[in-house]
Design a protein. Structure first.
Length: 360
């Protein structure tokens, strides 16, 4: 069927070698009565475009702006991305709303949920909701180089260091992390298109009073989306999604509990003589997430500093020779003490011989 319009396509390429296949397909439908699908036109362009470019003397690097669409097998891949929905709930006291999106690459079956944060706990909780929505886990997930996935940014071509929590999460759910290559904005075209579709078909022209209402609006739109025929693969999304869901890996019996590590300066007290930085590790759902939690943390630090000041003042008034060290101790005064068996540090921060020491 494409052979009938091949001369027309070649003429369009000679006029504009970088013209998109979707534009050519639209022109054929509207002006020439073409009845074939886009896939046939795309396959013909893969052969015709390099041939016409060689005839015109155009170097291959001048076609670098074009990209070839790839397809995957069922259950092989999903893409995730964030959307910034702004102040859509500002009238109810929620200053910022974000949308989390996951799309199965084979069928384009969508998932979306709305949040008020993009931290690690929320990010992985959204993924768990997406897995439950699809009924399984894809073999790989394509994602941006966000700080919840990548520890630090590196130059193109270098190995990307992954966040240990992201690696543990992927291992628990048995999928591979596919970090988007640098300077490849088209690598997430499926999910980025989904962000625009949700804004146009779910959020546009509506008023919401809560995050739950927004989530319900998306779930009500999902059957409509699944009933549509996708322009790229030419099949009904819902029918193709059945094959996609059946190929997904099963969910684990227990969910993964995300943890976050926080660095903060610990005050020097009687029970904690050093003022070194300590690492606090706790479930991310208990992380400071409000002004009250932040105020509680500040007051706790203030109390710790006051306790430390009170202890130092009492130690100074007691006039104890706390500056003495084990090196200054005269072991000849008490010969039964072993110089090698002295404790490393007692409660007041003084090195001295004492009980509980490890004998040399």
């Amino acid at each position: 069927m494409v052979d009938e319009v091949a001369p027309l396509i070649d003429a369009m390429l000679r006029a504009e070698i970088t013209i998109k296949g979707a534009v050519i397909h639209e022109w054929l439908l509207q002006e020439y009565g073409f009845t074939g699908n886009y896939q046939r036109v795309k396959l013909y362009l893969q052969e015709a475009r390099p041939r016409i470019a060689e005839e015109l003397g155009i170097a291959p690097d001048e076609l670098a702006g074009l990209h070839r669409r790839f397809e995957v097998i069922p259950g092989a891949q999903a893409q995730v991305d964030w959307g910034d929905e702004g102040r859509i709930l500002a009238h109810v006291g929620i200053p910022k709303v974000y949308s989390f999106h996951m799309v199965l690459s084979y069928s384009r079956d969508p998932f979306c949920c709305f949040t008020t944060s993009q931290d690690m706990a929320t990010f992985f909780d959204c993924r768990r909701q997406a897995f439950a929505h699809f009924g399984g886990v894809p073999m790989s997930i394509v994602c941006d180089r966000t700080k919840t996935v990548v520890r630090r940014h590196v130059a193109p071509g270098e190995a990307v260091p992954l966040h240990p929590e992201a690696v543990a999460f992927a291992g628990h759910y048995d999928f591979d992390i596919d970090v988007l290559a640098a300077y490849r904005p088209t690598g997430q075209g499926r999910v980025e298109r989904q962000v625009d579709l949700v804004r146009d078909h779910v959020l546009a022209g509506r008023a919401f009073a809560s995050i739950e209402e927004m989530d319900s609006a998306f779930m009500a739109w999902v059957p409509l989306r699944r009933a549509r025929t996708h322009r790229t693969h030419g099949e009904v999304i819902g029918l193709r999604a059945v094959r996609d869901h059946m190929a997904l890996r099963p969910l684990p019996q227990t969910p993964y509990v995300v943890t976050q590590r926080y660095l903060r300066r610990s005050a020097r007290t009687a029970s904690s003589p050093s003022a070194e930085t300590s690492i606090r590790c706790r479930p991310a759902r208990f992380a400071p997430a409000s002004y009250l939690d932040f105020l509680d943390l500040v007051l706790s630090e203030e109390l710790a500093v006051r306790d430390d000041r009170r202890f130092r003042q009492g130690l100074r008034l007691s006039k104890l020779p706390h500056h003495k060290t084990a090196e200054d101790y005269d072991f000849s005064f008490q010969p039964d003490l072993d110089p090698r068996g002295w404790c490393r540090r007692c409660w007041c921060g003084v090195r001295c011989p004492g009980r509980g020491a490890r004998r040399g």
